[in-house]
Write a protein that binds this ligand. Structure first.
Ligand code: 8YV
Length: 327
């Protein structure tokens, strides 16, 4: 699609990495939204009238209010992320707008981040680093920043999709952890056998058996506050909670209380319900490792995600079925 006037017009809510921008700009008429202008519904609606496709990040809301305007020009949403809970897919279907996501390319990277959080929390790396920066080198004082070993401990996965399975495989192979999981649909026996994974009959059972409870469900209404005070109280006091899925899956105030009161031992959280705003009660706790939603944040993966969106745009505008269509 190199020729000028007829090129599809695409709008990106933020600038992607240069190799992706170069590819998109070669084929499309690309507009990048300025970082300092908030994405209000009015801004989104105006862009719906001007462009052929929108490319939001996974955290940008694309609501019914935006999608259902009567005079929309947009025909496709190329979501930059595997999770698309911020796109109202029911409204998109009603409006006849195609939605795509970016599966597979971020699976390993997000699983790596889950392992990073598991290791940081269990070895109290953040607390130790804070002490070091404060000039409190603790090496000579046995017992000052003691963590807990992971080998032989149980990693309990909530949800058992691609990222959960790769997290399980890495935790088993690299850390010697045992694997258990709960999901609405039980995996095939050969999948369980390959990972040595035990199926827990319920979330409650899994919460009670896990030394590390790691969340891998989609976001959205169905999983909102799945991890609440009741579930936290079923966990072992020595257990850790890890969330690389979506902030909405946990009741953050309940997690902060559980961390403060010793109901659980620690938490590693990469995602937050109202990100980039963080629940104030979670801030400053030594046993809460907080990261700014960086599960997919490597150069290689962010390029691959952008290329995946470009593949979907190319297919759509060539009149083919986009490979990663979700609505
Ligand atoms: C975001 C994500 O896409 O893939 C997802 O579901 O949440 C992330 O990869 C990324 O943070 C950019 O917003």
């Amino acid at each position: 699609m190199p020729s000028s006037a007829g090129r599809p017009k695409i709008w990106m809510t933020r600038r992607w990495l240069e190799p992706v921008m170069a590819r998109l700009e070669a084929d499309y008429d690309v507009t990048v939204h300025p970082a300092d202008v908030p994405l209000t519904p009015e801004v989104m609606q105006a862009r719906m009238r001007l462009f052929d496709a929108l490319c939001p990040a996974a955290s940008d809301p694309v609501t019914a209010e935006t999608l259902l305007i009567p005079d929309a020009r947009v025909r496709m949403i190329g979501n930059f992320g595997v999770g698309y809970d911020k796109v109202d897919t029911a409204a998109a279907k009603t409006a006849g707008i195609v939605v795509t996501n970016t599966p597979d390319v971020l699976t390993d990277t997000t699983a790596e981040l889950a392992l990073l959080l598991i290791l940081m929390v269990s070895r109290r790396a953040q607390e130790a680093q804070r002490r070091l920066h404060a000039g409190l080198w603790a090496e000579g004082q046995l017992g000052v920043v003691l963590g807990h070993s992971l080998a032989g401990k149980t990693l309990g996965l909530v949800g058992f999709g691609r990222i959960a399975r790769v997290t399980a495989q890495k935790a088993r192979d690299a850390l010697g952890m045992k694997i258990a999981y709960f999901s609405r649909t039980r995996a095939a026996p050969e999948v369980e056998a390959e990972l040595g994974a035990t199926y827990a009959e319920s979330l409650e059972v899994l919460a009670g058996m896990a030394d590390v409870l790691s969340l891998h469900t989609p976001g959205g209404a169905d999983t909102r506050h799945l991890i609440d005070e009741r579930i936290l109280r079923l966990m072992k006091p020595s257990a850790y909670l890890i969330n690389t899925a979506r902030g909405s899956v946990v009741d953050e105030k309940a997690v902060a209380r559980a961390l403060r009161d010793g109901v659980i031992a620690g938490a590693g959280l990469d995602v937050f319900e109202n990100e980039p705003k963080i629940e104030p009660d979670l801030m400053g706790l030594d046993n809460a490792v907080l990261l700014p939603h960086m599960g997919s944040a490597t150069f290689e993966t962010r390029v691959a995600m952008g290329m995946r969106v470009a593949d979907n745009l190319d297919a759509f505008f060539a009149g083919r079925e986009p490979p990663d269509r979700v609505a």
